[in-house]
Design a protein around this ligand. Structure first.
Ligand SMILES: Cc1ncc(COP(=O)(O)O)c(C=O)c1O
Length: 381
């Protein structure tokens, strides 16, 4: 079976992890953590990096930095992982949803302004499956209504957005465009520390608060005395060692991901019933996952499609299910009666193919062949 993700770790990772073991710096202090934080922040165009235990906790810490008051609203896409909405709810806020752009699957930015109310405090763009959100309209709204932008960049390490605000054309890295951002370094991410995450910001107050929240809100002047509740969300030096090693060859990693994405598109582009990932002219995407949306005219949904692909040896994963379709939120009285047709359709019809860094050309071709076989008559060669 071809797995949906297989990470690719190298000699450098082994060397750095071995150094941790040999020197005993295996916990949440050590040279790799600071270096990883500094280098990743600088790469994304931010001043500070605060490494945490995973992407979910990164979002939680990022949203806590906003000091939401109960009932404050944060606008976010329905089509994302639950971590985003959870971070808002846990901070006392209310997630307010928008639908997806049918091409990029990222939030439909044209729907955001109509959702702004006097309670809105922030917008949370989530870059989906490697493709950036169209950020300029959101940055303009943030200025106009004095809102914070909390970027969820968990799926877009190294992706870039062509910002054309005030007449300048500048390529900006995802995770470096808002006040604060969150990354995940889970095993299927472009950079992985096994489990891991990072909060980035250029605001020293957010950085200080995020560092404090990560470490139980200990006070530097009086250690076991607390004026706020925090968490133990520390990353270990062992984990940071892995991340730093990959950052050193990150150009290569991006090149491999882009090759995977472009090779899949070349192989599958003639299958009319498949919607393939796009790359908008203002985006440089990194194909974190190669997602397919199957046309409803096939009378097959993603569950059935996945079953047939698996039977022929190709493992896949289904797309996200929108937040407005989550029983846990509906039971809390959130999103009742709300409908987001694009997110609903792609959740039903979408899955992603094996896209891990260890994927070989032969495996990729095999995956395409299996897709063609399953789609049979629809697959125009
Ligand atoms: C968009 C997005 N945000 C946040 C997360 C959470 O990251 P983690 O799994 O490291 O908690 C993920 C996980 O894949 C994600 O896809």
């Amino acid at each position: 079976m071809i797995p949906v993700n297989e990470p690719l770790l190298g000699e450098r990772e082994l060397e750095y992890v071995t150094e941790c073991v040999q020197t005993g710096w295996i916990s949440s202090a050590g040279r790799f953590i600071e270096e990883f934080e500094e280098k990743w922040a600088a790469y994304c165009g931010m001043k500070y990096g605060i490494a945490v235990s995973n992407g979910t906790t990164a979002l939680q810490v990022a949203v806590r930095c906003l000091d939401l008051k109960p009932g404050d609203e944060v606008i976010m896409p329905t089509f994302t992982i639950i971590s985003c909405a959870m971070a808002i709810v846990e901070s006392g806020g209310v997630p307010v949803l928008v639908d997806s752009d049918p091409r990029t699957l990222c939030m439909d930015v044209s729907q955001v302004e109509s959702k702004i109310t006097p309670r809105t405090r922030a917008i949370m763009p989530v870059h989906i499956y490697g493709h950036p959100v169209d950020m300029d309209p959101l940055l303009a709204l943030a200025d106009k209504y004095r809102l914070a932008i909390v970027e969820d960049a968990a799926e877009v390490h190294g992706a870039e957005y062509l910002s054309q605000r005030s007449g300048n054309r500048i390529w900006r890295r995802c995770g470096g465009m808002g006040e604060i951002s969150a990354f995940s370094f889970y095993a299927n991410k472009l950079i992985t520390t096994g489990e891991g995450g990072m909060v980035l910001t250029s605001d020293p107050r957010y950085a200080e608060k995020a560092r404090s929240l990560r470490n139980l809100c200990f006070k530097s002047e009086r250690r076991f005395y607390h004026t706020e509740l925090g968490y133990n969300y520390r990353l270990t030096n062992l984990q940071a060692a892995l991340g730093l090693a990959q950052l050193e060859r990150f150009d290569e990693i991006i090149a491999k991901k882009r090759w995977i994405g472009q090779a899949y598109t070349e192989c599958l582009k003639n299958i009319e019933v498949l919607q393939l990932p796009v790359e908008e002219p203002w985006a440089r995407q990194v194909y974190w996952m190669y997602g397919l949306v199957l046309d409803e005219s096939t009378n097959m949904d993603a569950v059935e499609f996945a079953k047939r692909l698996l039977a022929l040896g190709v493992q896949t994963r289904p797309f996200f299910l929108g937040m407005h379709e989550q029983p846990v939120f509906l039971e809390q009285g959130l999103f009742r009666g709300e409908q987001y047709p694009v997110a609903e359709r792609v959740a039903r019809q979408g899955l992603y193919l094996p896209t891990g860094l260890a994927l070989t050309e032969m495996q990729l071709e095999q995956c395409c062949e299996v897709v063609r076989n399953v789609l049979g008559a629809y697959a125009v060669r």
